[in-house]
Ligand binder design. Structure first.
Ligand code: XMP
Ligand code: MG
Length: 200
């Protein structure tokens, strides 16, 4: 789906599919350099990271393997707690593997901090993280993230794998939704949205 297919539901397009494509290609060049001679295992975190893994893996000009995990934060509400439950575990033995966890977005960072430690404890040779998006205002950990696409403002974003109530994952761009979509009457739909910034 393209932004024009759901124009009325969008407050602002933060990143076009072209900007995302270019940035993923840049990250792929860095990863190729860093993992030269190795066969990394890309671990995609379901479901949000499906598009990032799919595009990153095809952009990478090197042998690699892919596996998937599904995790959920304990507790109700939208704030992650850092206590994580594994809903679907990896099929791959991590002994001696170079693991690259691929995420859609880092918010508090608590989920990834837990995941990084969990995978490292399985005997991986290395565990690094690649995320397309980061909300720097919200970070609650000092987790070292090796590859970051863009910093985004503290707004709820959807598209390119990210959902609101399971919808919009198939939108090609990353957007901020119109507040009416999620029933917020205290948000000005015409108010400014900070731009996304490439992380250098
Ligand atoms: P933490 O706080 O542990 O959580 O870094 C990261 C997870 O929170 C979800 N998340 C979002 N999902 N739009 C979304 O669709 C957002 O703006 C957003 N912010 C956080 C997401 O599942 C991510 O993996
Ligand atoms: Mg996610």
């Amino acid at each position: 789906m393209r932004a024009q297919d759901c124009q009325d539901e969008i407050r602002q397009v933060l990143l076009s599919q072209e900007e995302i494509r270019e940035r993923i290609a840049e990250l792929a060049r860095e990863i190729e350099r860093d993992y030269a001679g190795k066969v990394p295992l890309l671990v995609g975190v379901l479901k949000g990271a499906v598009m990032v893994v799919s595009d990153l893996a095809r952009e990478l000009r090197m042998p690699l393997e892919m596996d998937w995990m599904a995790v959920s934060s304990y507790g109700s509400g939208t704030e992650s707690t850092g206590v994580v439950r594994i809903l679907k575990d990896l099929d791959t033995d991590l002994s001696g593997r170079d693991v690259l966890i691929v995420e859609d977005i880092i918010d508090s960072g608590l989920t990834l901090t837990w995941l990084t430690q969990n995978l490292a404890s399985r005997g991986a040779a290395s565990v690094e993280v690649c995320t397309l998006l980061r909300k720097p205002e919200r970070l609650k950990t000092n987790l070292a993230v090796r590859y970051i696409g863009f910093d985004v403002p503290n707004e709820f974003v959807v598209g390119y794998g990210l959902d609101y109530d399971e919808r919009y994952r198939n939108l090609r761009d990353v957007v901020v939704l119109h507040p009416a979509v999620f029933g917020a009457d205290d948000v000005d739909p015409n108010g400014p949205v900070e731009p996304a910034r490439k992380v250098l």
